[in-house]
Ligand binder design. Sequence first.
Ligand code: D41
Length: 675
Amino acid sequence: MSTTDRETANRVEQLRQAINEHNYRYYVLDDPQVPDAEYDRLFRELQALEASHPELVTDDSPTRRVGANAETSFEEVIHRIPMLSLDNAFSDEELQDFDRRIRDRLKADDPIEYVCEPKLDGLAVSLHYEQGILTRAATRGDGYAGEDITANIRTIPSVPLKLRGSGFPDLVEVRGEVYMPKAGFERLNQTLANKGEKTFVNPRNAAAGSLRQKKPSVTARRPLEMCAYSVAVTEESVLPETHWDSLQQVSDWGFRINPEMRKATGVDECLAAYRELMDKRAELPYEIDGIVFKVNRLELQNALGFVSRAPRWAIAHKFPAQEELTVIEDVEFQVGRTGAVTPVARLKPVFVGGVTVSNATLHNMDEIHRLGVRIGDTVFIRRAGDVIPQVVKVVLEKRPDSAREVELPATCPVCDSDVIQIEGEAVARCSGGLFCPAQRKEAIRHYASRKALDIEGLGDKWIELLVDKGMVKTVADLYGLSKEDLTGLQRMGDKSASNLLAAIDKSRQPVLWRFIYALGIREVGEATAKALASHFGTLEAIAEADEEALQQVPDVGPIVAGHICSFFDQPHNQETIDALRTAGVQWQTETITAEPKPLLGETWVLTGALSGMTRDEAKERLEQLGAKVAGSVSKKTACVVAGEAAGSKLTKAESLGVKVLTEEAFVAFLESHSA
Ligand code: D41
């Protein structure tokens, strides 16, 4: 070997050690030591060296997690030492029985020491290491024979391809659970759903499906992890005295072990550990379905032995199931405060995730189609943590002949207005707007908000009260309120009643754009309302415009035009507008169009704090003069108004040579342009 070859070989070895170390810190300890960019540089350097020196490539190189063209064979593998199963305890009594049996058998007077391990909800696997190198990975199968999944297991970053340290036996078998963390599962399902593909029912199925892939490159993209729970050494070697210590050893070899693991002496401490873990269950980043108790001393384990494939020294105390089967008795549609019409499944009550569940959301019609749900179907209901129960799968085999398709109602179940579903949008909506009782409070809140009619003092509390007492059904009712009405309400003093009435009264003459904005038409925000007002000049003209005419307005596309038309098509909305008019609300015909607009086509930017006016006021003045007000400075910016403590926008304006006005100069400018 030449010197340069030796140098290359050394560098390759150095890179592998560094990368393995970073991998270990990142995936096993969750404690990265270098930024991703540094890791990527090392990785690319190793890839490049291996590409130019193929003779240096080894199987345990961190670049070889996805084998070049290896496929997972799924060939049968006979376990040299059978993989035992676990007995279950479903109650405190069953756990106490387990502990009593052990003490009887061992004739023990003192309480037994147990190791308590979260029971990960994944798949048990066996990994063989020869001279420290991963040589074979297999599923548990029936405990005697499993399948060879080496190529897929190699892609899991928390599985060491090579044991860390030295002094390990020539042949080591590590057993553990492969699982998918909750966050990765959610992301994977979201991606699958976006592609219209079938999603997984739970993280366990997702982990199983990912390991069952023929192509390791697919498995590699799935967020799988592995956590070790036991070790078997098939030859003479010094074993630690306890299960606990053997897991510390496995951890030193580079495996992830469960950080929630702890020791407990006697059954009462075990029961306490069970309750503590149950309380933590929802917060853990992975799913567990119980807790495993194992007699800690290996000597005692040996003395206890096993019966029919399960050790006498271990038991799984199960948590309440998070999935159960039940029947969808009906599907009803609920209307949310924004008008979203959401299908809700009425279920035959079922105990799942620790509570009795009789409703589950179906989200929207797309979800119903994706799941293929019909009324009468038997379905998997899943309730994990505190999240709302979900329908995750239909059991087609159990579909009765009487099963009915779910149909989106044509009209709102609350107010009978048309239900509108825009193409390409998953959510269907009630078009009742101001009129729909389900949307009433939200509509009133919006109407009274600062950018709309700015009714000071009409906060959430009053809206709640007025709507709940039936005193205000639509915004028009606000104008009919009398002082007696208000003082009759709890906690409403004479003075605050007068103030509120005055504020309501003051809102009777809004400018047109504010009134349009206040109507709460979907996707008609402040800017669109202004554009509509200055284009059409009157509300009548907007109400009569068809979609084509509406699209003449800058910023109004087909979707917004559709929302505007369906709003005015609803007789209820027209009635509310008429009622407002009758109540004396008089929006001013937009006169802006008639005014000269010296700043038309210009974009201005406001930055820093103004002392004499608010940002919104400054913006409004500029817009009246025809300018557009933007949030960032570019070459195209006509002018920047710089108030107190202006920062990066001012610097940028100066560097681009954009005109800058101080507040003083801006005020003078406005005065010279005021009518
Ligand atoms: O977390 C687990 N799922 C887990 C499974 C665990 N922490 N410990 C386990 N210990 C065993 C024995 C006691 C037999 C070594 C297990 C399992 N078995 C197991 N997993 C699937 C079947 C058996």
